[in-house]
Ligand binder design. Sequence first.
Ligand code: MOS
Length: 747
Amino acid sequence: MSQALIGKPVERVDGRLKVTGGARYAAEFKVANLAHGVLVMSTIANGSISSIDVKAAKSAPGVLEVITHLNAPRLRFPERPQVNDDGVAPVFGRALPVLQDKTIYFNAQPIAVVIAETLEQAEYAATLVQVAYEERKPVTKLETEMASAFPPQEGLMKEPPTGRPADYMRGDPDALSKAEVKIDETYTIPIEHHNPMELLSTIAEWSGDKLTLHDKTQWVPNTQSHVALVFSIPEENVRVISPFVGGAFGSSLRPWSHPVVAAMAARAVKRPVKLVVARNQMFTSHGHRPYTVQRVALGATREGKLTAIVHEGYAQTSLYEENTESLVNATRMLYASPNCITKYRLVRGNIQTPLYMRGPGECSGVFALDSAMDELAYKLKIDPVEMRIRNHADVDPSDGLPWSSKSLLECYRRGAEIFGWSRRTPEPRSMRDGRYLIGMGMATATYPTLRMPASARARIFSDGTAVVQSSASDMGPGTWTMMKIIGAESLAMDLNKVRSELGDSTLPKGSVHGGSGTTASVGSAIYEASQAVKAKLLKLASDDKRSPLQGATEQQVTFADGRISLKSDSSRGETYAEILRRNRLPSIEATVDSKPGDEGKKFSMHAFGAHFIEVRVDADLGMTHVSRGVTVCGGGRIMNEKTALSQMTGGVVGGIGMALTEETVMDHRMGRIVNANLGEYHVPVHADIPALQAFFVEERDEHCNPIGAKGIGEVSYVGVAAAVANAVFHATGKRIRQLPITLDKLL
Ligand code: MOS
């Protein structure tokens, strides 16, 4: 693609709608005759319902129906992997069979839905549902269950669909014991919750056996196919509408129970039903970053060259699904060690199934790996940046493939320079400002470049405008705007002549809005659809003796400003609109199904970056504040610098939350989350965040996809927690290996 528009700062096309309240989120659609559903949650974590009494609830004012496992319709929740449901869902297991039987798998599991005329009536009646249980002791603590850890079934498959074998090894299995210098430590990350501003919500409306869902989702076609499967109706009978998503961070990558319950409720009361999951219920209504325990052992020469890496990760999953993530994967490719062993194990517990959260896997894994790299650097008295440069991987050490592009050395160099790394004195506790201990830390960021199948349509109208369409979601990074920019650029039209449309299952099938892959996937599809529609236009003109372009081939013409002209004589040509009007066509369109080729077999494709963090730790009180942050990233072609830089600093904010404040606290006696609210689950607020700086190293990646986009949504998070922990060590001399780094751990 040319560079006329790509990369220039463009305002969000949905910005005005969002700040004026004009953007409709799932629960805000106006639907006539709407009834309201409220979930009732279990108060035990393990066991079964012995009786459930809904009489009082049913006779409360305004109540239309109460649905429990006793009267719910029998639905189909297929076992995976027998059914390929093409979704972000654990590869093995079965989605929670909501309201299908009396079994309780985790605390605050949905066990009933009350439907009433108003939200208040439903909320009140929900308190009247009486439940008795047969209770068993819950198991929620990973550490006590380590003995029953097992390799994920997916990881044992010959070709795991996620490409994540349970075990991996290269080189000498005894390299660690032979190393001149080594460290061997354990790192723990608590459960963390996504906590987006928008709650999970669905409005479900049946018309005969056709269902419309206004749903908060990161993957419109997946919600469509899941709900169709569960209700045993054809996919085309389910329409999912989701134009705006008020933050999600991974929490809406798969459909949870709520769209199914909303649809069930709407069918029962023969009216549209709105179901909004309350903030406290959010902590068990979608997944979370799983609790993990990781052992990282590094061996090196005295010069700081890695000779051995061992990374063993244990992650929690639910009783009924195997949630897996790339916990140990980055370790295989990030540094150039000839010897490397990784192992990945799951441990079951009475919890909701976890799910990807903000740079899943890599984010947790690199916290451990890059903390360990820092520990090794101190042990060897080597500068942490220099330590990473000495172990830079020039090719992917896991498979020997060349990188599609990589600017990591430049990220280290520029990051250090902008941050002022040279002012850092290496000794811990050597930098001070009054009562504050100052610390500087850094870490590497990495995230795979993914491209998923996606379809898109490009349509040019005879009035000289165009639209590009795909059923993608936009949870905030700027997909609406990205689609418009790539559409305008690929169609060779003025930016303000091109619109984008997304978030509706009637549009061509978009990819998942996740894995940092939306631009690479949907953007590539728009690029290809645009090429196809331009070729159609040229053919119309070329085949037409009334056209000045008669007989012209693609090689002979230029597309620019909504016009096709001859390269040899630019005065000979005509606009897209002229071609369409002469042919009496209101519009012309092309739809393509786009998918990756075999580039992944030839190149290793990842975004890389470096985070530099400065902290101020109160020497008396142990309170840590991030005072500065510099991030430099090589993320392929940047489509919109304005939204991309905002995405990078946003990721750093999330990483600071992971490092310093975020922790879902479980009372293991009851298996209950005790801080299921925003008052006690601490996401960073403005007062926690300094002015953060982010920069891109310009990359022209010719290999990863037709538009050269690597994806930056998640590389922005990866490594931040390690950089903060490393800065805290530099400030205080205390190595905190258990997140979050709260003041009690520093006193
Ligand atoms: Mo992302 S955690 O794939 O939404």
